[in-house]
Design a protein around this ligand. Structure first.
Ligand code: ADP
Ligand code: ADP
Length: 229
């Protein structure tokens, strides 16, 4: 589903944030990306959704090489990928329903499909009753549920999440992890999640890719991440 081959990234200021990444992620996998601050986790994740381009190397998402992709083709790849951020990135003036529908409107989906799918994913994340509310009327955990609903509404094969529980309290973080588990198990969506949350990584076991200094230093099925705090 995802393949990186000799991926190297040097920012314009000279920082090398990826120093030869080689990795393969199969359809339906759930993968944690861990490592200290500045290790290159965000760069790794951003290159997967083409927010950043590698300086050299190849990145394939579901058979499409991101490196040779024309800018006008980027929206097509974005359909294969949903993205979830630490700070949710919801549109503040739109309702819950409209935030999720917007992701389908930009790819010009038919309006009856939009209606059905938005209702379906809001139900899946447990927010059907709050469809008419604004993001500011919701808790952090509920806002993250909206953002997860938005990430899956176009039925992508992969969801990329960058510190999705970073702004949430521990209890809410477990709830959000259950939502990701449901998506992975019920829809078969591949999930790649950068996280600092050792408790979560150690208790909900999945493959762990550890990055340090722009290199993959560890890659283990059912891996761990240091000691719990
Ligand atoms: P992490 O997510 O593990 O904290 P990042 O991928 O954000 O790591 O950063 C890796 C390194 O690349 C750091 O030294 C960081 O300062 C640098 N870096 C990240 N983004 C940029 C950028 N846009 N321009 C220059 N340097 C960057
Ligand atoms: P996070 O770890 O939450 O992903 P970062 O602090 O690594 O956030 O980065 C925040 C933003 O600043 C990102 O867009 C990143 O690319 C950019 N950035 C990080 N380090 C640098 C840097 N040294 N120079 C320029 N931009 C940077």
């Amino acid at each position: 589903m995802i393949k990186m081959k000799d991926v190297y990234k040097k920012y314009t200021n000279g920082v090398v944030a990826a120093n030869g990444l080689n990795v393969q992620i199969a359809p339906g996998e759930f993968v944690y990306v861990v490592g200290p601050s500045g290790a290159g986790k965000s760069t790794f994740i951003k290159m997967m959704y083409r927010e950043e381009k590698p300086t050299s190397g190849e990145i394939y998402i579901d058979g499409t090489n991101l490196a040779t992709l024309k800018n006008r083709e980027v929206p097509f790849v974005r359909r294969k990928l949903g993205v979830v951020f630490q700070d949710f990135k919801l549109l503040p003036k739109l309702t819950v329903y409209e935030n999720v529908a917007f992701a389908m409107e930009v790819i010009e989906a038919p309006s009856d499909t939009i209606r059905d799918r938005v209702t379906e994913v809001l139900d899946l994340v447990g927010l059907k009753a709050k469809a008419r509310m604004l993001p500011t009327e919701l808790s952090g955990g509920e806002q993250q549920r909206v953002s997860i609903a938005r990430s899956i509404v176009n039925r992508p094969k992969v969801v990329i999440a960058d510190e999705p529980t970073g702004n949430l309290d521990p209890e809410t973080s477990w709830d959000i992890m259950n939502v990701f588990r449901d998506i992975n198990e019920q829809l078969g969506t591949t999930i790649v999640m950068a996280t600092h949350n050792k408790n979560i990584v150690n208790r909900i076991r999945h493959r762990v890719i550890a990055i340090e200094g722009g290199l993959i230093v560890r890659d283990e099925a059912e891996g761990v991440y240091g000691y719990e705090i």
